[in-house]
Design a protein around this ligand. Structure first.
Ligand SMILES: *[C@@H]1O[C@H](CO)[C@@H](O)[C@H](O)[C@H]1NC(C)=O
Length: 421
């Protein structure tokens, strides 16, 4: 045994010796704990919050003008928007919700009927139809062909690189059709398996294509009440279109789900934290793969070499849409393509749903004040839910936003169709 007085031992040696006496299993336990805390923070897991909340979820926050008719006549009747959203307990993380969206959603089995629509510049858009009569067991075609005119039609606009075959799009199409709606998914140019047939490709700001599709559907069925639902970038394009066209929109109402709102704020957000950089890379690659399908057209209209070297959404936009759209700077393109600047011009009933913890489209971009000032808009926000996910229930199969859209559109349609007569 050492005597401290006689032979002085360095305090560090003593410390090391005592540390060596602690069993290795204790170190492993501490390492495990540190790892858990790290993963908990990285994935923004909120299970502890959920447990303390008694697994009751969080109430939905509604933002609207104090004399909003949309709120008084429609949204006030929506139970889901006046209830709570409670995330599936084993998906209590915006990242798990978002990453597993297309993995966990059970894909309903049905097939669309495809209509090929030609735009005024010779472009090709695939419109994929699912009718209420295709999915309802009890075929209520008592009035013969006339029923199609009274059945409302909802246009579904997918996210950035999604199309009608994406699981979450099939899920909403099927659910709306089941609930008495006819549905048409409006794919983007070059997506859904169609070629690019004009000197033009799709990008985040191309709301004019949606305008052409809406006008086409309206002239085809002038008696039918038309509605639209956009998700993610599809929501941005939808709201941009609504703002640009103002009172000239032949839609009876719309819903915007997980809208990025402001692409400039979104771009800054994508470069901030580790997980956002990950999404940036994944989405950038996915944009590159869609561009590769139409390499010749992209090469003619933009900088193909630059596209191939892109490592982020920003790089991709800089070398494709910026050049094709004749913008000097990519930020200029982002400002122009953002729907947030057009919120005040929206003239049809619009429900907007965003999650505060959306890890792809930052809540910092939500135009709270503009939504509150426009009597046609109700903004619903939840604490949790991730990006276009909002999984609910123990099996993690059901998406809350799809039920919200169905409830909202059904109440809106009941109001619109009575006011028409
Ligand atoms: C955009 O691309 C051009 C070349 O095409 C390059 O000079 C510029 O630095 C890029 N800008 C950004 C913001 O990446």
């Amino acid at each position: 045994m050492e005597t401290i007085a006689g032979d002085p031992v360095s305090p560090y040696t003593l410390l090391l010796r005592s540390l060596a006496l602690i069993p290795i299993s204790h170190y492993l336990l501490v390492a495990f704990f540190v790892l858990v805390v790290f993963v908990y923070n990285l994935l923004e897991i909120h299970i502890v919050h959920d447990i303390f909340g008694g697994f009751g979820g969080d109430s939905v926050s509604l933002t609207f003008h104090s004399s909003s008719d949309l709120y008084r006549e429609v949204v006030s009747k929506c139970h889901l928007l006046h209830g709570r959203y409670f995330a599936t307990p084993w998906l209590s993380s915006p990242h798990l919700q978002t990453i597993l969206l297309n993995v966990l959603v059970k894909i309903p089995s049905f097939s669309y009927k495809r209509e090929i629509f030609r735009t005024s510049d010779g472009g090709t858009i695939a419109l994929d139809w699912l009718m209420n009569s295709d999915v309802s067991e009890t075929n209520l075609q008592v009035h013969g062909t006339n029923t199609d005119a009274v059945i409302p039609l909802v246009i579904v606009i997918p996210g950035l690189t999604s199309d009608s075959a994406s699981p979450y799009i099939k899920e909403i199409a099927y659910n709306m059709a089941k609930h008495g709606w006819n549905v048409v998914v409006s794919n983007y140019r070059g997506l859904g398996g169609v070629p690019l047939t004009s000197e033009c490709f799709h990008h985040a700001g191309r709301s004019d294509d949606l305008g052409e599709v809406v006008n086409h559907l309206h002239s085809k069925q002038p008696e039918t009440l038309l509605y639209a639902v956009g998700t993610s970038m599809g929501a941005n394009i939808l709201v941009k279109y609504l703002g640009e066209q103002g009172v000239n929109v032949p839609l009876a109402g719309a819903a915007s789900i997980s809208n990025p709102w402001d692409l400039l704020i979104g771009d800054r957000f994508f470069n901030r934290a580790f997980m956002q950089r990950f999404y940036n890379r994944v989405l950038g690659n996915s944009l590159k793969s869609t561009a590769k399908l139409h390499q010749e057209v992209y090469a003619r209209l933009s900088d193909w070499e630059g596209i191939e070297k892109s490592r982020s959404i920003r790089d991709f936009s800089n070398h494709s849409s910026r050049i094709a759209g004749n913008f000097e700077a990519v930020d200029e393109f982002y400002r122009w393509a953002s729907s947030a600047r057009l919120v005040s011009k929206v003239s049809v009933p619009l429900l907007c749903v965003n999650s505060i913890d959306d890890p792809v489209c930052s809540h910092e971009a939500i135009p709270w004040d503009e939504c509150r000032r426009n009597k046609n808009i109700v903004l619903a926000t939840t604490q949790h839910g991730g990006h276009i996910a909002f999984f609910e229930g123990m099996p993690g199969k059901s998406l809350w936003w799809i039920r919200v859209v169905e409830e909202y559109l059904s109440h809106l349609h009941a109001t619109s169709s009575t006011s028409k007569h």
